[in-house]
Design a protein around this ligand. Structure first.
Ligand SMILES: NC(=O)c1ccc[n+]([C@@H]2O[C@H](COP(=O)([O-])OP(=O)(O)OC[C@H]3O[C@@H](n4cnc5c(N)ncnc54)[C@H](OP(=O)(O)O)[C@@H]3O)[C@@H](O)[C@H]2O)c1
Length: 388
């Protein structure tokens, strides 16, 4: 069995990462790979997953609700249909499923990440919340289970590639790039009035709604700092962020001799998804190539934390560690939904995160972080954010 013929499970197959992953799998199979999609997981979109079942003939599908499960069981009598979080863990344990692509959104993604790593599986990880919420648990599962993570997030995929050029001890710092989102040039006083349509309009990437809003507040960049901290085992002092509105340079690594290595690629998630699927091999993606002259000049700017108070709140939570990042993630999920429903203004997201962090109180700071403690924090922060 090589990396070219593997059994693959795609979590969140109806989402932006999930649908692109399935397209990449089909394309790779036309180029001589034999990747078998043996499992799919979705939330509510059972109609789309029904089409995917016809396209890929998986052995099992996990859906969020019993109602969705009934629909699939009636339509596909031979299909194993799993439900909810237990179903996600069972899907991660599917026989000989060597590669799990985690494209779920939110803290729920931690469930299959931990279940897969416990069995020593390889996880192509897009779900950054696995590390934001459960970074300590995931690190422990990596140490004890023998599995591995391949980063799909474009910045971390870039760092992963650059880091291959040296030893971890030779790294001076990681530099994550961020476009600054749609409100880079918007005066802070005008942000009070921006609506969901403007926040969802990312200048360079087409993504799911939560990550699009998180890119506008830069909560997403804060999460990526936490993600990098756990993925590459480096302290926060060695992880910087620089604004790069063009999204051409996906991230950089500075080594101790002053050399900086960068990864440049078209702004298309299929590049990173495919690298995670074919690693360590490189294969033609068939996508338009990056035109260096057209992409010039490459502009970098400092990140103004005053413009992005939500970013500062996430970093403050990261430094407090323990259950603080889980609290911020849960609160952000609720606040983003409330903003999309027009219940709170855009600036209410940052104010809400600051308020949650001020109220957060880790009652057992010296105790190890456990799943029950994370879940209790998650539930508390959701309630608190809903009531703000
Ligand atoms: N999109 C990107 O370009 C991009 C780039 C870098 C990193 N990421 C990260 O990748 C992850 C996925 O992002 P996305 O943009 O692909 O999100 P998305 O388009 O919103 O898709 C999320 C997927 O998760 C499923 N889902 C949501 N809640 C669920 C629940 N409670 N139980 C089970 N399934 C659930 C959804 O199912 P239904 O739609 O069927 O309900 C959908 O399949 C996020 O962590 C994001 O930060 C995304």
């Amino acid at each position: 069995m090589t990396h070219r013929d593997r059994r693959v499970v795609v979590f969140g197959s109806t989402g932006s990462i999930g649908t692109q992953t399935l397209d990449v799998v089909e394309r790779l199979n036309r180029q001589g790979f034999r990747l078998a999609v043996v499992g799919l997981s979705v939330g509510k979109n059972v109609r789309l997953v029904a089409e995917q079942v016809e396209r890929f003939s998986p052995e099992a599908v996990c859906v969020r609700s019993e109602e969705g499960a009934r629909f699939l069981r009636e339509r596909f009598p031979g299909l194993r249909v799993l439900v909810g979080e237990t179903g996600l863990a069972d899907l991660a344990r599917l026989d000989e499923a060597e590669l799990l692509v985690n494209g779920l959104v939110g803290a729920v993604g931690l469930v299959p990440t931990l279940a897969g790593l416990a069995l020593g599986r390889t996880i192509a990880l897009a779900n950054k919340e696995s590390l934001v919420v459960g970074g300590e648990l995931v690190s422990e599962a990596l140490r004890t289970g023998g599995g591995s993570l391949l980063p799909v997030d474009s910045e971390h995929n870039a760092l992963f590639q650059c880091l291959e050029a040296g030893e971890r001890s030779e790294v001076r710092r990681l530099v994550l790039t961020g476009s600054g989102g749609p409100f880079l040039r918007t005066p802070p006083e005008a942000l009070e009035r921006v609506g969901p349509e403007e926040a969802l309009r990312h200048p360079n990437w087409s993504m799911g709604s939560r990550i699009s809003v998180d890119s506008a507040t830069m909560v997403n960049k804060g999460f990526e700092v936490i993600e990098a901290h756990y993925l590459f085992s480096l302290p926060y002092d060695q992880i910087d962020v620089v604004l790069h509105p063009g999204s051409v340079v996906h991230s950089l690594v500075e080594f101790c001799d002053g050399a900086i290595l960068a990864e440049l690629a078209p702004s298309d998630m299929r590049v990173a998804i495919q690298y995670a699927l074919t690693y360590p091999e490189r294969v033609d993606t068939g996508l338009p190539r990056l035109d260096l002259v057209a992409a010039s000049p490459l502009v970098f700017e400092p990140l103004d934390r005053g413009q992005y108070p939500a970013f500062a709140a996430v970093l403050a939570a990261a430094r407090r560690a323990g259950t603080a990042p889980a609290a911020i993630n849960a609160a952000d999920e609720v606040l983003v939904e409330r903003f999309l429903r027009r219940e709170i203004p855009f600036t209410g997201i940052a104010r809400g995160l600051e308020a949650i962090l001020a109220r957060w109180d880790d009652r057992e700071p010296s105790e190890p972080v456990t799943l029950p403690r994370l879940l209790a924090t998650d539930a508390w922060a959701r309630r608190a954010a809903a009531e703000l």
